[in-house]
Design a protein around this ligand. Structure first.
Ligand code: HEM
Length: 133
């Protein structure tokens, strides 16, 4: 199985098991980083959270498919979020929250291949779009 197969398999299995994982992912993010929750107070209908999560999924699937788009996307996101007081390294916490939520949801069905490929993709995403040191 390729990395993309493993990533898509995870997304499919999570969706089969719990439907839309959005609430769980944000709950996890706000548990590990309570300081981020207040940044979303104006997002009363959850629309911003939904479209932000979709962007994150696009980065993950794009990276698995070796697309260049996640790099541009993340370069922009790191810059824009800096304006919300989130420094460029902190935004990777969202990808951690996604992977950790999926690992919990799949529990005994989380495979060693998933562990390997999600670690690899998170490391790739963490390197993308960073300002030169
Ligand atoms: C801990 C990590 C993150 C936090 C706390 C965070 C926080 C936020 C906040 C507060 C907003 C709303 C800003 C506003 O409209 O006033 C936002 C919007 C957005 N974020 Fe994030 N972000 C994180 C990670 C990411 C990542 C990894 C991406 C991936 C590309 C991303 C993509 C976006 C996009 C596209 C929007 C605009 C959504 C829309 O208005 O339609 N964010 N983020």
């Amino acid at each position: 199985m390729t990395q993309a197969d493993v990533i898509f398999e995870t997304l499919e299995k999570v969706s089969d098991r719990v439907g839309d994982p959005k609430e769980r992912i944000y709950a996890r993010l706000f548990t590990t980083h309570p300081e981020f929750e207040e940044l979303f107070v104006l997002d009363v209908d959850g629309g911003v959270r939904g479209s932000m999560l979709e962007s994150c999924f696009n980065c993950i699937t794009g990276a698995a498919e070796q697309s260049d788009l996640p790099r541009f996307h993340l370069e922009a996101a790191r810059m824009i979020h800096d304006g919300y007081g989130i420094d460029e390294g902190q935004i990777d916490a969202m990808f951690d929250a996604i992977r950790d939520t999926f690992r919990d949801v799949l529990a005994g069905d989380w495979t060693p291949a998933m562990e390997t490929e999600w670690s690899a993709i998170l490391a790739d995403l963490a390197r993308m779009g960073r300002a030169p040191a």
